[in-house]
Write a protein that binds this ligand. Structure first.
Ligand code: ASP
Length: 589
């Protein structure tokens, strides 16, 4: 139908007769002349109709926003003084000869340039209109480029794109499963994959050597923060490569992507042990753009006459830590109160602080509600520990280590953003040497990565001291966001059974749930390992979006519904009968 896209016409096309198809972005009546801004995915061209051509002029007069039209006309230079340097097509306009209305449009639920004022629910309900916005079109086009660059890299490195099932058995990644009832085996359920983990491992057992897939994954989680119940992973697995090889291969993949699409050189990614990340940054995904670090001061506080500090300082699971904010003296009482409220979200019961006005005067130079509890030598040791200067402020966390880490870790990021402390635009790193397990409240253990991750020790050592064992897992982190994570896998049945046993999965349950994996490990499983990247999150970071919903064409809401299709929805009695399901209606009061 068309000869050109609207957005591609430039001065080079002057004097050509062209045909454009697109949406009426805006219609303006300028006393006797009608202007239509015609939009398609490549951009906007200004089309002018004058009354000489009465028929098309009358039609142009009748169109409204978002009508779909086809225009044939002459490309000409815009009159002097009316060019627009901000638009690719800003030097030209189209003198409309013929106009055809291909389809009308009802008044759109919101004007494209008013998306901000309508609220996200209106946008998601009318996503087909929302997706017309140039900004979101750019993002989805960028996403397509990302997958194409990644595919090319993986292709060049010998990876095969192989699909794995969506209707499957549970693949534990720490979330709830989405279940699908079977009609042919009534009372039985498929689970949607939380990841293709077990299938990609089986592909290695089968000798494919290098696999990848741009895979949909499903996790029924309470949607904290910015998560989606279905999301996309760039999932990969390799055989006969060690941790270092896999890390350098995938680091190369991400570096190449940033170079090609953003012209950014990410440099070599530093490595950081998990223990250091938690200790200094209170997080296993530290944002290294922010120069603040957390310092342990428990050893200074065991004897002080201040229970809030001495309690956690003496508790093996407790921690007292300091976070110095250079120049933080300028924070107001109100700001400090807000930060106190903020750390409360993470379970901190308060936020003690010291303002360092004059570090040479340990009596009068320190301003703080708690300094009176600290003997002079502790004050001095503290200032030395955090290398405080006049004008600094020191925040404290004192509680269970997990609470201190979470609270001060989050505060560190918030201060970084609020005070704009960023030292660079991109800060990638690898976090390595994760523990295999963490303790559950009931005294058991749970896998930090997933139960198929290989430990760095023998089955006997693992059995003896599970909580001390490290795993061969690695996470790639960028700007405080986990871009991807993976591990070397267990490839021997005995080790796998040891891990299942530690996770309190009985031999019968192991057989029932993972029999196929245990069998496969017995039939010549090669050493293997891999990694998966979150595509949505990667594109969000690269496009500077504030939510992953902005880089997903049809995202779900925070409560896991689709406002557009109204999914999930009820089904007919007949369908339920076929599945032999009776729905227990939730009791309403
Ligand atoms: N399956 C893991 C995940 O989804 C990634 C991996 O270990 O490769 O987190």
């Amino acid at each position: 139908m068309r000869s050109h896209y609207c957005g591609e016409l430039t001065a080079k096309n002057i004097s050509e007769i062209v045909t454009l198809c697109g949406w009426v972005h805006r219609r303006r009546d300028h006393g006797g002349v009608i202007f239509l801004d015609l939009r398609d995915r490549e951009g906007i061209t200004q089309v002018v109709f004058d009354p000489d051509r009465a028929e098309s002029f009358a039609l142009a007069d009748s169109v409204r926003n978002e009508y779909v039209v086809k225009v044939t006309g002459l490309v000409r230079a815009r009159p002097e003084g009316t060019t627009n340097a901000n638009m690719t097509t800003g030097e030209i306009e189209l003198l409309g000869h013929e106009l055809e209305i291909l389809n009308k449009s009802a008044t759109p639920p919101f004007q494209l340039d008013e998306h901000q004022s309508v609220g996200e629910d209106v946008r998601l309900k009318n996503r087909f209109v929302d997706l017309r916005r140039p900004e979101i079109q750019q993002k989805l086009r960028f996403r397509s480029k990302v997958t194409s660059v990644l595919r090319r890299y993986l292709d060049e490195n010998g990876f095969l794109d192989i699909e794995t099932p969506i209707l499957t058995r549970a693949t534990p990644e720490g979330a709830r499963d989405y279940l699908v009832p079977s009609r042919t085996h009534q009372g039985s359920f498929f689970a949607l994959p939380q990841s293709p983990q077990l299938f990609k491992q089986l592909l290695m057992v089968s000798g494919f050597d290098r696999y990848y897939q741009i895979a949909k994954c499903f996790r029924d989680e309470d949607l904290r923060a910015d998560r989606q119940p279905e999301f996309t992973q760039i999932d990969l697995e390799t055989s006969f490569l060690g941790q270092e090889d896999i890390m350098s291969l995938t680091e190369g993949m991400i570096s190449n992507l940033f170079k090609e699409l953003k012209g950014v050189d990410l440099g070599e990614f530093p490595r950081m042990p998990f223990s250091e990340a938690m200790e200094k940054y209170g997080s296993d995904k530290p944002d290294l753009r922010i120069p603040l670090t957390i310092e342990t001061v428990s050893d200074l506080m065991t004897e002080v006459d201040f229970k809030v500090f001495s309690g956690p300082a003496a508790d093996p699971k407790g921690r007292v830590a300091a976070l110095k904010v250079p120049g933080g003296n300028a924070l107001t009482r109100k700001q400090i109160d807000e930060y106190t409220k903020f750390v409360g979200i993470y379970g901190a019961k308060g936020l003690a602080y010291i303002k360092v006005n004059d570090k040479s005067d340990l009596e009068e130079g320190l301003q703080s509600p708690i300094v009176k509890f600290l003997p002079t030598e502790v004050r001095q040791a503290l200032l030395d520990r955090v290398a405080a200067e006049d004008g600094d402020l020191i925040f404290f966390g004192a509680d269970k280590a997990s609470i201190v880490n979470e609270a001060l870790g989050a505060l560190r990021c918030k201060l970084g953003a609020d005070l704009d402390l960023y030292t660079c635009e991109w800060a990638p790193l690898w976090v390595v040497d994760f523990p295999m397990f963490e303790e559950t409240p009931d005294g058991g253990v749970t896998a930090i990565h997933h139960p198929f991750t290989a430990p760095s020790c023998s089955p006997e050592e693992l059995q003896a001291k599970p909580l001390e064992a490290l795993s061969q897992a690695y996470d790639m982190v960028l700007n405080g966001t986990e871009l991807g994570g993976g591990s070397i896998r267990i490839h021997q049945a005995e080790m796998q059974q040891t891990v299942f046993g530690l996770l309190n999965i009985s031999p019968e349950e192991q057989r029932e749930k993972f029999g196929f994996l245990l069998d496969a490990l017995k039939f010549g499983a090669p050493p293997h390992g891999g990694l998966a990247f979150g595509l949505d999150r990667l594109v969000m970071l690269m496009t500077g979006s504030s939510s992953i919903r902005d880089v997903i064409a049809f995202p779900k809401t925070q409560s896991a519904t689709c406002l557009l299709t109204q999914a999930p929805g009820e089904v007919s009695e007949k369908q339920l009968k076929e599945l032999s399901i009776r729905v227990r209606k939730p009791v309403t009061e």
